[in-house]
Design a protein around this ligand. Structure first.
Ligand SMILES: [Zn+2]
Length: 472
């Protein structure tokens, strides 16, 4: 029996064009969404864009642009990825949507009514690059290690604070009760240690006079919400909270995908916020690593940003999906080079699955009078286990293992010779390997949807397909 499965990516912040790092998170989540549908679950897959805050505001001042127009342009760029990456999401939320703003304000009202938000004088060190306050232990030589080029700002003003410190114990209990709450373990340990050290209340508003680009704070004209506070609420506003509780209850709780720079926000801050308004917590949080390029950080100033559009234009969407989920580690940082990409493309797609499909379908087209009867669809349990644990790379490895076995079998039994000497025996072998090819097509459904369709159609029509991947 299928169940309801709600998953979401984080919402990318709209101060940069989509790059291959965004593609990694979207494609991984998409594979899980497609897999869940394949095994009979009803799925709601959410993504979108995070559009308020200092970074966007500063940029629009520099470029003398209207902030709303600016974020509209960026939202379009991210929406386009649906086609480019063949994503199957059900909802694209923008934090500037009216419904989301209303939800963020309602969330605020409930949290303040619960005594978890208070106004006090605020003096802090702040990194505009991260949009995060920094404690001295976060800084290296007075700089944010992620943004050495940005000067740390000292901020002193009246702000609203969220009483994060109150939630240390409940968070630790949550982690204890849910040993799989954060995947992988090393990220889970990281957040446990962070919470164990003690939590500081954090600022959740900005003075409108300095930074007006945010959701207005209810009942206080002078403040707007701090960007994290409103953005995190998207995971519930996307499924109808607070006005469509039937929809909300159908889908909640959520499985979240996020990058390694998001552990604190998603696994601690957001969970404490949910506790504050009395909502059930997230189901699970899956944290991926970063993609480096030639062993360096991808950045506009270095000029090494890899655009998913360029790769897809040259190699096709399934080639990029394949590389991202097999040759990029699901949890650790991985290095991306064009050389490695091309090598993997030729070896495993053009030669691997491409050759195997061509060889089998050539035999089938020549020697089979009818399409073999394909048994009802089962996929190997091991394949499901890997995907249930978000080990996407191992699931893909398994498909290629099946291909390797099939290849070896063909070389050993030589159906092309057998069919010439003993026609009926040869035909049986060819039927058998064609069915095995179809099973591979089935397993590829969540991973390489287009290639999967091509393989399954070829078998069902008993017809050699166009080359799946052209050698480069
Ligand atoms: Zn920073």
């Amino acid at each position: 029996m299928g169940k309801n499965f709600y998953l979401t990516t984080t919402l990318p912040y709209v101060n940069a064009d989509p790059h291959v790092g965004h593609a990694l998170e979207f494609v991984t989540a998409d594979i899980i969404a497609r897999y869940r549908r394949l095994i009979g679950d009803e799925v709601f897959f959410n993504t979108g864009t995070d559009e308020y805050g200092q970074k966007v505001y500063t940029k629009t001042l520099e470029e003398k642009k209207d902030p709303q127009k600016y974020v509209d342009e960026y939202a379009e760029k991210f929406k386009k990825l649906k086609d480019t990456l063949n994503l199957s999401y059900d909802n694209f939320i923008r934090t500037t949507d009216e419904h989301h703003k209303m939800a963020a304000q309602e969330f605020w009202k409930r949290s303040i009514a619960n005594g978890d938000i208070e106004k006090k004088l605020y003096k802090s060190k702040y990194c505009a690059g991260c949009e995060l306050e920094k404690t001295d232990s976060d800084l290296v030589d007075g700089c944010c290690p992620e943004h050495r080029e940005q000067e740390i700002q000292i901020i002193e003003e009246e702000n609203y604070f969220f009483k994060f410190s109150k939630y240390q114990k409940p968070l630790l209990e949550l982690y204890k009760k849910n040993p799989q709450f954060v995947i992988p373990d090393f990220r889970f340990n990281e957040i446990k240690r962070f919470v164990e050290r003690g939590l500081e209340d954090f600022s959740i508003s900005r003075l409108k006079s300095k930074m007006p680009w945010g959701v207005p704070v209810p009942d206080d004209d002078e403040h707007v919400m701090y960007v994290w506070f409103d953005a995190l609420v998207n995971y519930i506003s996307a499924i109808g909270w607070p006005d469509d509780l039937k929809k909300f209850e159908k889908w909640w709780p959520v499985t979240q995908f996020a990058g390694k720079d998001q552990v604190r926000q998603q696994a601690a801050m957001w969970q404490a916020m949910l506790m504050s308004v009395g909502l059930p917590l997230s189901k699970q949080i899956v944290i991926h690593g970063f993609i480096t390029v030639d062993n360096g950080k991808m950045s506009k100033s270095v000029g090494n940003v890899i655009s998913p559009d360029d790769l897809v234009a040259e190699y096709g969407v399934d080639a990029l999906r394949y590389y991202l989920v097999r040759h990029v580690h699901p949890f650790e940082d991985s290095d991306f080079t064009m050389e490695k990409f091309k090598e993997a493309y030729n070896a495993n797609l053009a030669n691997g699955i491409g050759n195997l499909t061509a060889r089998i379908m050539k035999l089938a087209e020549t020697h089979l009078d009818e399409v073999p009867v394909i048994p009802d669809g089962t996929i190997p349990q091991e394949f499901e286990d890997f995907l249930n644990n978000f080990e996407v790379n191992k699931a893909v490895d398994l498909v290629w293992e099946h291909m390797g076995d099939l290849d070896k079998y063909i070389q050993e039994v030589k159906p092309f010779s057998v069919v010439k000497e003993e026609k009926q025996k040869g035909v049986e072998i060819i039927k058998n390997i064609t069915i095995k090819l179809y099973t591979i097509g089935r397993m590829l459904n969540p991973i390489l949807p287009k290639t999967s369709e091509k393989i399954k159609n070829a078998v069902k029509q008993n017809k050699m397909p166009e080359p799946l991947f052209v050698r480069k």
